[in-house]
Design a protein around this ligand. Structure first.
Ligand SMILES: CC(C)(COP(=O)(O)OP(=O)(O)OC[C@H]1O[C@@H](n2cnc3c(N)ncnc32)[C@H](O)[C@@H]1OP(=O)(O)O)[C@@H](O)C(=O)NCCC(=O)NCCS
Length: 330
């Protein structure tokens, strides 16, 4: 259980590129079928940026909507956190680019790299910073433009990912029993090798060879990740429920990272949670890494799957490895 002022999600936003890349489009690009992708992953289509749009462009639109929906002005925001593994550039941070374009003139800004767990990781950090008293309104954005970092000739990875952004304003709350009740973060760097983009950093700076060998694209050991994802997300849900003082049956809506429907079904089975309580949108967007749970929470609230008073769990898993969960009384 946490101490200090409780925090709540005061407003949300999302931005999805308009260009749709369907499984049928992928059939023309690699040796795959719509049927294989649907049955192995649950994904039908994903969104892809056009015209050189960068992560900050999607993040800005999602962030602007979240601030508006929170009933705030950009100048009310005192910190911008962008969770991303596809920043516009190494530095300045994507958060600084968003801070400037949004007109959040009183905000500090930094990026957070926790891969697909980035959004719940950043929510947890924002929650702690508000409870600590240093900030009042924090804009948390999960945003990715993954499409340039995909090997579009590798059928085992290119079918999975998409671009997008989701955002939440985290603010102080006066209601003790509402808002972010508990968070839980974990990592295991010993398994870093099974999901990564090897080149582009200081360990393997860009060279003609790294480009020719496509070392700037996502490399993944899918079946190994699958098993770890089921275990860590299941454990994370149980731990965050314990911290929130909930039993699993108390959860009204479970919003998992949208990587693969079969992973989500296996987590549901492990937790003995009916699929009706689980929010899904991966069919439309695939895995958008840090944007996935952000966009899913946005859509869950918009569709009425999450209502005032709902007990909501966000849970994610990703490269690092990292995992994270948040328990939210909506
Ligand atoms: C990637 C994933 C969908 C693959 O599904 P899978 O059931 O594990 O499939 P496998 O990797 O065992 O491959 C089975 C076969 O399908 C083939 N295959 C892989 N991708 C294919 C595709 N897009 N179309 C057709 N066949 C494909 C493989 O080559 C393999 O063929 P083989 O048996 O002749 O060698 C699945 O492992 C997965 O989703 N893992 C988690 C990935 C993830 O979530 N990553 C992000 C974490 S944040």
């Amino acid at each position: 259980m946490k101490s200090g002022n409780p925090t709540r999600i005061a407003g949300m936003g999302a931005c999805l590129p308009t260009k749709v890349l369907s499984n049928f489009d992928l059939e023309k690009m690699v040796d795959t079928t719509d049927e294989w992708i649907r049955t192995r992953t649950g994904i039908r289509e994903r969104r892809i940026v056009e015209n050189g749009s960068a992560t900050s462009d999607l993040a800005l639109q999602a962030g602007r909507e979240a601030v508006r929906n929170a009933g705030l002005k950009p100048t009310d925001i005192d910190l911008v956190i962008v969770a991303t593994i596809t920043p516009d550039m190494s530095f300045p941070s994507t958060a600084c680019i968003v801070q400037n374009k949004l007109g959040a003139h009183h905000a500090a800004a930094f990026d957070m790299a926790a891969a697909c767990s980035g959004f719940p990781y950043a929510l947890s950090v924002a929650d702690g910073m508000i409870r600590g008293g240093a900030h009042r309104n924090i804009l948390v954005i999960g945003a990715e433009v993954l499409s340039p970092f995909i090997d579009w000739t590798d059928r085992s990875t290119c079918i999975l990912f998409g671009d997008g952004a989701g955002a939440a304003v985290v603010s102080e709350s006066s209601a003790k029993a509402r808002g972010l009740l508990a968070t839980y973060l974990g990592s295991d760097g010993s398994a870093a090798e099974i999901l990564k983009i090897p080149a582009g950093g200081s360990a393997m700076p860009p060279t003609q060879r790294t480009v020719a060998e496509k070392m700037h694209t996502v490399k993944m050991s899918g079946s190994e990740l699958f098993k770890i994802a089921v275990r860590t997300m299941g454990d994370a849900v149980q731990e965050v429920c314990k911290r929130a003082g909930w039993k699993l049956e108390d959860v009204d809506c479970l919003i998992p990272h949208q990587a693969n429907l079969r992973i989500i079904q296996a987590v549901a089975e492990r937790l003995e949670t009916p699929m009706e309580k689980i929010f899904l949108n991966l069919e439309k967007y695939g895995n958008m890494s840090a944007a996935s749970t952000a966009v899913a929470l946005y859509e869950a609230a918009k569709s009425g799957a999450v209502r005032p008073g709902s007990n909501v769990i966000l849970v994610a898993f990703g490269g690092g490895l990292t995992w994270a969960a948040c328990a939210i009384k909506w």
